[in-house]
Design a protein around this ligand. Sequence first.
Ligand code: ATP
Ligand code: MG
Length: 266
Amino acid sequence: MLTFDHVEFYYKKGQPVIDGVSFTIQAGEFVSIVGANGSGKSTVAKLIDGLLLPKKGTVKVHQLDTANSDELLKIHQQIGFVFQNPEDQFITTTVMDEVLFGLQNIQVPREEMRARVDAALHAVQMEEYLEAMPHQLSGGQKQRVAIAAILAMRPQMIIFDEATSMLDPQGRKQVLSIMHELHNQGMTIVHITHHMEEVLCAERILLIQEGRLQFDGDPLSFFETVAVADYQLQLPFAVRLHKTLQLEGPLAADWKEGIRSQWSIN
Ligand SMILES: Nc1ncnc2c1ncn2[C@@H]1O[C@H](COP(=O)(O)OP(=O)(O)OP(=O)(O)O)[C@@H](O)[C@H]1O
Ligand SMILES: [Mg+2]
């Protein structure tokens, strides 16, 4: 569904930021993109959505090419973005208006709007906050409203760019639960994060270093084969514990299940 084919990108000529990256993400996958600060994760996210265009190679969403400006609107409609700081995402004064705003932008018929708003807020358990002011909500609630605003537009894929990193543990857990739930419903999820506990939710990890793809595989083989400290990342607690205890044999699948269960949906 999403294809990067030998993508190269720079902000300043001669200083490559994305350097020959190729991968395909199928519809319905839950993929985490990880890497050190400045490794190029957000740039990849912006290339996915056509906010940035490759200098070489191609980015395609289904058969739509981001370099083709006629197709860009269709691509934007299929992909939603949730950013790090929920404050930056709010434009209006009530939760309802916030969700309506996006719908007006994509010209959803007026009679369809209210049902979409209600369904989106219900999906993130914020339906009781319809008249609330976004700025008075907790960080986790703000992110849930930001997600609702995107859900109302019915994208096929949502990219979360460090969307949990400013949240307290409860808010983080709620947002991760929503990601899980959306994934279960068939949505494609791309989760960019520094939190290694969180990548255990994903089916697949892409590791980026200095604009190159260093690893593409499942979390279990990631923690077995990659020296994460080399990429300024920390092992999840359960894996650290496992290694500290020097249990024999390869990492058992149960540590993964143990952590996954922490994020499981109630
Ligand atoms: N608008 C820009 N203009 C010039 N250089 C930029 C711009 N945005 C990012 N860069 C540079 O491109 C490189 C990759 O940045 P990017 O934001 O994609 O990394 P990241 O992996 O998302 O980092 P972080 O973990 O800090 O969010 C960095 O060296 C960064 O300084
Ligand atoms: Mg970033």
